[in-house]
Write a protein that binds this ligand. Sequence first.
Ligand code: NAP
Length: 257
Amino acid sequence: MADAPRTVVVTGASSGIGAAIAQAFGALGWRVAIGARRVERLEDVAKEVEAAGGKVFSHRLDVTDSDSADAFCAAARAELGAVDVLVNNAGQNLSALVAQATDEELKSDLEVNLLGAMYMTRRLLPHMVERRVGDVVFIGSDSAANPRPWQSAYGAAKAGLEVFARVVEMETEGTGVRSILIRVGPTASEFGNRMPQDKLHTILESWRYWGVMRHLHWMPAESVARAVVRAVGVPVEESYTSVIEVQPGGRKKEFGG
Ligand SMILES: NC(=O)c1ccc[n+]([C@@H]2O[C@H](COP(=O)([O-])OP(=O)(O)OC[C@H]3O[C@@H](n4cnc5c(N)ncnc54)[C@H](OP(=O)(O)O)[C@@H]3O)[C@@H](O)[C@H]2O)c1
């Protein structure tokens, strides 16, 4: 039963980790609903998911917009049927020092990384509980445990996400629904490209100073995707993994003598 194709929603699937997760489920023959704001990029991912062997549905989604979340969830369920797995992956990081950040930047990081996952979970969780089956996966960050300068709102949002994931776990205990937090370390994606490139050296130096940057290794997005697939592939009656931390392999001590 665990190997039977299921239906998964992946938010923020137009690039990076979300695209890799969609492809990984596609390769298992799953029905995959992908959402993000850049629809043309979603179409490229959709072709790859289909080529990998999955049935795919792509639809514009802004996780911070209630109407968009409503429209996406209704369309996905109409097209692919009941949703078995929700992967809350959409995220952003508008790097700025607190003293220099605007209200809009701080608000936007909280909305995308925290509220967006809440909005999507609130919409799909009741159907899972009713059917007594489902997995809600949260793509978190090691920034929640090890906050970094220049990422105040992002780190705060990811810390909040861990609290939210834990409460979903408590509120669904015994229902057949799991809440799984994947705490992700440095990963190659478009995430870093959006950091202010002219300040990159200063930012990395500050992370090194505070001991939150131990090396310069990045793992491929596929490594995170594999962790997600493995976590939801275990039958709920067999085990319940609530938190998984994934870090780049092949690390060596690079800083600090
Ligand atoms: N890369 C890392 O080192 C790292 C480390 C820890 C955790 N993570 C987490 O991994 C997740 C994926 O990030 P990534 O590394 O794959 O970066 P990425 O390549 O920049 O992907 C981010 C995805 O989120 C989507 N997104 C952003 N705002 C959205 C919104 N309002 N509504 C819907 N989708 C939205 C983007 O699509 P559109 O722009 O098309 O909407 C994009 O598909 C994030 O939650 C991030 O916090 C990444």
